[in-house]
Design a protein around this ligand. Sequence first.
Ligand SMILES: C[S@@+](CC[C@H](N)C(=O)[O-])C[C@H]1O[C@@H](n2cnc3c(N)ncnc32)[C@H](O)[C@@H]1O
Ligand code: SF4
Length: 375
Amino acid sequence: MSGARHLYVHVPFCSQRCDYCDFVSLAGRRDRHTAYVEALLTELELERDLLDLELETVYLGGGTPTFLEPNALRTLLEGLPGASELTVEANPETVTPALAAALVEARVNRVSLGAQSFQPHLLELLGRRAGPDDVRRAVESLRRAGVDNISLDLLYGIPGQSRADLDADLHEALALEPEHLSCYELEAKPGTRFTRAHGAELAEQADSLEDHLERIVERLTASGYRWYETANFARIEEGRDLRSRHNLSYWYGHDYLGIGIGAVSTLGISRRRNAASLPRYLAALERGERPPRETEALDEATKLRERLMLGLRLDEPVALAGVEAVLDRGALARLSDLGLVESNGESITLSRRGRLLGGAVSAELIVWPGDLRAA
Ligand SMILES: C[S@@+](CC[C@H](N)C(=O)[O-])C[C@H]1O[C@@H](n2cnc3c(N)ncnc32)[C@H](O)[C@@H]1O
Ligand code: SF4
């Protein structure tokens, strides 16, 4: 059997912990950066057999990979296998001309920048370090170094964000001519300080979020971007497919190996998640052992449900053959009548309206365990 062609590498360190974020991240810890990179490379060596000889994508995510001590980042990039698409996530304030040059030298050909917003009052509310000028400077440094595939992350649904703020964010983002944009609805992550402080406001504005997404879709598609996934847009360019190949591998349900603390891997019928504890991770790998992790066996129906849920996020049809066992035919007929789903009998896609409503429509199409609906 051939191995996974996609590798995710988690770098948890950040200059600070943002109140709204629940990704596995740790503020500072500069004294552990080198040890962590050594541990990552040891884990990679231990799992090498699970990977194909040739990788399609490597994604260095976080956390803030570009917050790593420069020597540790260089060692990590040198130790990673080559891939057609090598993405690094970066916070704008960490991107200097020297860092941009180092990334290019290390074969990085895609950078995903967490801009979030260009409005100072919203960045302040989010507690972000980078201001709008840091984002512009970061893009300029990356362009000068030769990076020709830049993605910007934007958040919408920030408490107090007006339509005019959103329009201004889209305008500023488009002015930087990114190849790709990810526009995420700000989620109230349970247990975060942000949710304790702003949870009620977030809940109150829930109704306006569909309108926000619709504005985003209208503006970006009118500006030459393909709305290829619920939250993702790729510039349409002759001869280049600028969709994130790494993230597509998740949505298509392909195998991927994840290394680092909290990293998830999906390999055939096995899903495993490394423990989020840095000390336990370092201790295991210093002994040359695999990190502590949990493994879950994915049964056939779970895989099919994931294929439908994830596949319907895309603007491409999902073949019905194979997923019929978890498809609710009654719901398909009902949602088709409502104009939320389109099907030609062989495949299905969500209509534009269905896509704007997001996961709720896809969930409705699926027969879940314990469901009394007929399959
Ligand atoms: C894991 S972060 C890593 C990127 C980088 N450290 C940064 O902060 O820019 C990736 C993206 O997740 C998104 N994100 C983080 N917290 C979120 C939340 N509570 N709701 C929605 N999106 C979130 C942000 O847009 C962020 O750019
Ligand atoms: S949003 Fe980014 S910088 Fe902030 S804590 Fe999360 S990963 Fe770190």
